[in-house]
Design a binder for this molecule. Structure first.
Ligand code: C5P
Length: 220
């Protein structure tokens, strides 16, 4: 079982001067926390971390337990770089955003269990609390999808290795890997997500994460 951790984004929405994965959270970077959670799950054999070009050496020194490669301009380019470094014999591959730094180890196990039970593609998802609207460029609401059908999808996302490699064989880009798999017409199964797997994107998210750590709420 290989885990790819794309961590090559700049994280501009966080407004700090370091790439997001290298932002410290209660003493450890977001990336270090994600790596520790993944190893703690006990279901991973190899971790490939994809970082900005100029961070490859420093990341290798910081995290000797992982394979480190340079990422690309778009998230999918970074995942493709990670795939090239993954053990070619692995039958299953997970992809996990470094920014979901408080993801509990158990969620990795849940995704792997669903893959082992025969699903070719698995994503964790949570019901959405807000009503979501489709809005056009003029700021006008064009549709209100039925909320009961919607899920906020997280990572780790899991795939058979052959399927993930096929999804990334083209030059396509998507905000998650399941999006590329869906466009191949393959069914993607949703398993229950975890609120602690939220993505740290904005300064507000980082404050929430800091307070959760201070309150002893984080597994990692
Ligand atoms: O931008 P977003 O938050 O969706 O990025 C999700 C993950 O993909 C982050 O962990 C980010 O570091 C990573 N990423 C990447 N290479 C890029 C862009 C994003 O590895 N070119």
């Amino acid at each position: 079982m290989v885990l790819l951790i794309p961590a090559a984004g700049m994280g501009t929405r966080l407004g700090l001067d370091v790439p997001k994965a290298f932002v410290p959270l209660a003493g450890s970077t977001l990336l270090e926390r994600s790596v520790v959670a993944a190893w703690d799950s006990g279901v991973i054999d190899q971790i490939v971390v994809i970082v900005p070009d100029d961070q490859v050496d420093a990341t290798g020194a910081l995290l000797p337990s992982v394979t480190v490669v340079a990422g690309g301009a778009e998230r999918s380019d970074s995942v493709r770089a990670g795939l090239a470094a993954a053990d070619p014999a692995a039958d299953l591959i997970l992809v996990h955003d470094a920014a979901r730094a408080l993801t509990p180890p158990s969620l990795f196990g849940d995704v792997v269990a669903a893959l082992r039970s025969g699903a070719p593609a698995v994503v964790p998802g949570l019901p959405v609390a807000d009503t979501l609207k489709r809005v056009d460029d003029a700021g006008l609401v064009r549709a209100t999808p039925d909320r009961s059908e919607l899920r906020a999808v997280q990572t780790p996302q899991g795939f058979t290795a052959a399927l993930l490699r096929r999804a990334h064989a083209g030059a396509g880009d998507a905000t998650d890997d399941a999006g590329l798999v869906e466009s191949l017409g393959v069914d993607v199964r949703v398993v229950p997500g975890d609120e602690m797997a939220f993505k740290i994107t904005t300064p507000f998210d980082l404050t929430v994460a800091q307070r959760l750590c201070a309150a002893g709420e984080a597994d990692i």
